[in-house]
Structure formats: structure tokens, C-alpha cells
Design a protein around this ligand. Structure first.
Ligand code: GLN
Length: 470
């Protein structure tokens, strides 16, 4: 990455002046002033695609909703953006998000960013609700129709949760399918770029373009592994065996899979099986230890030196040591939620807490992976693992969220916010493909989504199952 030439300071300042100080209303923090080109060609020609503001697009600011990056303009395009534009897509704009992806409602943003409204409420419901997070801008842009599709990122549910709240489709691919080169890290071992659109077929079209090997990201799946995965996925034929983890019902007794959906699936020939995944409920606490630990380490790179705001302009009384300067910049540059996570993550990595929190969380992550491996009919196409069980299932099905979109001011902090991820984090810890598909509306008239999760590399199987649900 160091070989990349930086844009000139003047070009960076010109592009960056549109950043945090003058943010746009609605789902975007930056709208592309250029119109879509009428002469583009390729599989996504003329398609407007919004990208989450943690994905680099040169010539536009990347703020990650953080003051610490105010005015930062990346000097290159993320690999996924290069692939989109090469396929003829038009980048509609940068979509608002929770700061560095930390949140579930797109509320952790600079005060100058106007709120993102969920556009998918029932007619006549005037009370504003959240779009979900952290890719809330991406989901709202698609739901309101200003973007045909959007890229988000999903570390613990940030594509699936807003898709569910906004009544659209959101896909978190198998870990490593979409390059993270040029995507600002939150928790590397969990971060996935994901796709949001109104239909499974549109999601598949975008995924087909951006799911490519990349030498610039060593965690991106190789051509060889992709071939193994495709061969394994193509063997899943005939009526689907669908598993419903009993734990999802125990964790979220108030939400149920729509009966009409289950009956419809039975009519298509699919068989439904209750499966036992005892570690499911430990995923959330494990996730919050691992994600914050990785975040504390990743965010160490922001200290007012290399990226972002021109901190030299800030008036400082008297002399300041390097440490004092770094403390001032990180204290004012990061928002409350991010500072809280850095503290929590740093604590988990200290000598005193390491064994009881970080190592414990890693071991819970292994349990979660093992639970998934035990219920699938197909083995992991690359690592193999335990012998697959012929009684196993092809995909798992359960509600995406424990509720519909919260009203403004509701469930927006602390444990109430974290609990919204309880059904999405297990697939994240196991690195498995997961897709949330709209499944009608709840009694309050707002959309609900259901998730399908498959074996690693079986993104196509998950799409096929999702088309049955759609
Ligand atoms: N809500 C979760 C968190 O705050 C997930 C976020 C994400 O997937 N980026 O960590």
C-alpha cells in the first residue's frame, strides 16, 4: 500500500472540504456530483451503487463517520470499488454509518451529520424509526430508491440488520470472498464487505462482480479455494434440507418465523429440521470481546499523524509532548462509543484479563464454529474438518433480528443496542455466508427479515435458498 502515490495536497483539500462540516441530509454523507455515464458498458452498466463511508473511493472523503478522519481523501480506490466501476457501475455516493462500523442503528455519527431515517415504514406511520446499522445509510439509500444497490460492511451483522429493518436483501458473504483492500478495518478477522439490494438476483449480480481474489489482501480467498467452494456448492442439488436452530427461538422468543413462509417452503419440497446449536447464545459475548480487542489494535493507527483532520490548526495552550498531543487528538477525534470500545478491547488484551476474556472468547468462537460444522451436510470445502453428516442440513433459517426497527430514541445505547446483534454474530464468528431476506411485516407494520446461513463458500446455495423465501 505504501507504493500508492498520494493525491496532491491541493486536490485532497478540494475534495475534503465537502466533508464533515457540510454533510448532506438523508442516507449520504457525500453525493457524487457527476451524473452516471450513458456510455458505460459491462454487467453493471448504468447502475447507481452507494458505498459505505469506510470504503475508499478516491476523490471523495472517507470519514467512517469519525471526526478523526475529517477531510481525509483516500488516494486510491478500494479493490471492490475498482471492480464496480470497471463493470460500468456509477458510484452514487458515500453512505452514512456508525463511526468505524461500531453500532446497530447508524446513530454514532458526528453531530453535523443529520439522522438517517428508515424509509420503509407503513403508510401513514409518521413516527421516525432507525434504518439499523452500522450500514444504515447503505440500506436506506437502496430502500428509498436513490441507489439500485449498495456496498456495506458486516463485522457482526451490519449489513443484515439494516437490511432486515429496511425491508431489503442484505448479504454477508463467506469470509474472504470480497477483498478488504481499501476498506477501513474494524475487526479484521470478522470484517466482510457485503451487498444490499431490493432482490436476491441484484445482490447476486453485484456479488458476481466484486467477489474476486486479490493479491493486495492476504485474507482474500484464492482462485483455488474459490474453485473448491464452487465445486462443493454445485453438488447441493435437489430439495433443500433447512435447519432451524432451536436456540434462535430461545434467544428471541418474541419473534417467530412466519408460518406462511414455513408452509411455502414445505410446498417447494424443502424439508425442515430442528437443529441444536448449544453455543449460539455465547456468540454475542464472545463477539464483543474479540471485536473490541481487534478494534483497539486497529484504531491505534489514528493519532492525527497520517490521516484526516488538520489538527495543527487547533489552538493549544503552551507546549505539548507527543503523548499529550496524541491523547488530545484521540480524545476529541473519536466519539463516545468508539472510545468505550477501545477501552474495553485494550482491557481484554491486558495481561490481567487476557486468559479470562480474550482467550476465553477465542475458545467460544471455536465452539460456535464447531456447532455450525456439526449441523451442515457438506464439509468445509477447504479445511475439510469433521466428516459431514448425511443427516445434516444445507442451510439454516431463522429471524435476522429480535425486533423491527426501533423508533428514534429507543434501544439506541448500551446493552439494548448490542442485543440487536444476537442472531447475526454467530455466522460472523464462523465466517459463513448469510443473507437476510424480507419476510413480510410485523404487527406494527414494519418489515421483518429472515436469515439463511450456509457452509463456507456456499454463497450460491444461500442465494438459491433465499430466492425460495423471497
Ligand atoms: N453492531 C455490531 C457492532 O457494533 C456489528 C457492527 C458491524 O457489523 N460493523 O460491533
Amino acid at each position: 500500500r505504501s507504493s500508492v502515490t498520494r493525491l496532491s495536497q491541493a486536490a485532497r483539500t478540494a475534495a475534503g472540504s465537502a466533508a464533515i462540516s457540510s454533510s448532506t441530509p438523508g442516507p449520504y454523507c457525500w453525493v457524487n456530483p457527476a451524473a452516471p455515464s450513458s456510455s458505460s458498458s459491462g454487467p453493471l452498466a448504468g447502475r447507481s451503487i452507494a458505498i459505505k463511508d469506510n470504503i475508499s473511493f478516491s476523490g471523495a472523503p472517507t470519514s467512517c463517520s469519525s471526526r478523526i478522519l475529517d477531510g481525509y481523501v483516500p488516494p486510491y480506490d478500494a479493490t471492490c470499488v475498482q471492480l464496480l466501476t470497471a463493470a460500468g457501475a456509477h458510484i452514487a455516493g458515500k453512505a452514512k454509518m456508525d463511526e468505524f462500523g461500531m453500532g446497530s442503528l447508524t446513530t454514532h455519527m458526528p453531530t453535523s451529520y443529520s439522522a438517517v431515517h428508515n424509509p420503509s415504514g407503513p403508510d401513514g406511520d409518521a413516527e421516525p424509526r432507525y434504518a439499523g446499522g452500522s450500514s444504515g445509510g447503505s440500506a436506506a439509500a437502496v430502500a428509498e430508491g436513490t441507489a439500485w444497490a449498495a456496498l456495506g460492511t458486516d463485522t457482526g451483522g451490519s449489513v443484515r440488520l439494516p437490511a432486515s429493518y429496511c425491508g431489503i436483501v442484505g448479504h454477508k458473504p463467506s469470509y474472504g470472498m470480497i477483498s478488504r483492500h481499501g476498506v477501513v478495518s474494524y475487526a479484521d478477522s470478522l470484517d466482510c464487505v457485503g451487498v444490499l439490494a431490493k432482490s436476491v438476483s441484484s445482490v447476486r449480480d453485484v456479488f458476481g462482480v466484486v467477489s474476486q481474489p486479490d493479491d493486495n489482501d492476504m485474507t482474500c480467498a484464492s482462485t483455488e479455494d474459490r474453485e473448491k467452494a464452487a465445486t462443493a456448492a454445485s453438488k447441493v442439488t435437489g430439495p433443500l434440507r433447512i435447519g432451524i436452530p432451536i436456540q434462535t427461538h430461545l434467544e428471541a422468543p418474541n419473534v417467530q418465523l412466519p408460518t406462511a413462509l414455513l408452509e411455502y417452503l414445505r410446498d417447494t419440497g424443502a424439508t425442515l429440521h430442528a437443529v441444536d446449536m448449544p453455543s449460539f447464545r455465547m456468540a454475542l459475548p464472545a463477539y464483543y470481546v474479540l471485536a473490541t480487542a481487534e478494534a483497539a489494535s486497529n484504531l491505534g493507527r489514528f493519532g492525527g499523524g497520517w490521516y484526516g483532520a488538520d489538527w495543527e490548526k487547533e489552538k493549544v495552550e503552551g507546549e505539548e509532548t507527543g503523548m499529550q498531543r496524541r491523547r488530545r487528538i484521540r480524545t476529541t477525534g473519536f466519539g463516545d462509543e468508539v472510545r468505550k470500545r477501545i477501552l474495553a478491547g485494550t482491557h481484554a488484551l491486558t495481561a490481567d484479563a487476557f486468559n479470562n476474556s480474550y482467550l476465553k472468547a477465542l475458545s467460544l468462537r471455536r465452539d460456535v464454529r464447531r456447532d455450525f460444522a456439526a449441523v451442515f451436510r457438506a464439509a468445509h470445502p477447504v479445511s475439510g474438518g469433521d466428516a459431514p453428516s448425511k443427516d445434516g442440513v444445507d442451510v439454516l433459517l431463522f429471524p435476522t433480528a429480535v425486533r423491527t426497527a426501533p423508533k428514534f430514541g429507543q434501544a439506541s445505547s448500551g446493552a439494548k443496542e448490542y442485543l440487536q446483534d444476537i442472531l447475526t454474530v454467530p455466522a460472523s464468528l464462523a465466517g459463513l455466508p448469510a443473507i437476510s431476506v424480507p419476510a413480510g411485516r410485523a404487527e406494527d407494520g414494519w418489515p421483518i427479515g429472515v436469515s439463511l446461513v450456509g457452509q463456507w463458500g456456499h454463497d450460491e446455495v444461500v442465494f438459491r435458498a433465499a430466492e425460495g423465501v423471497e
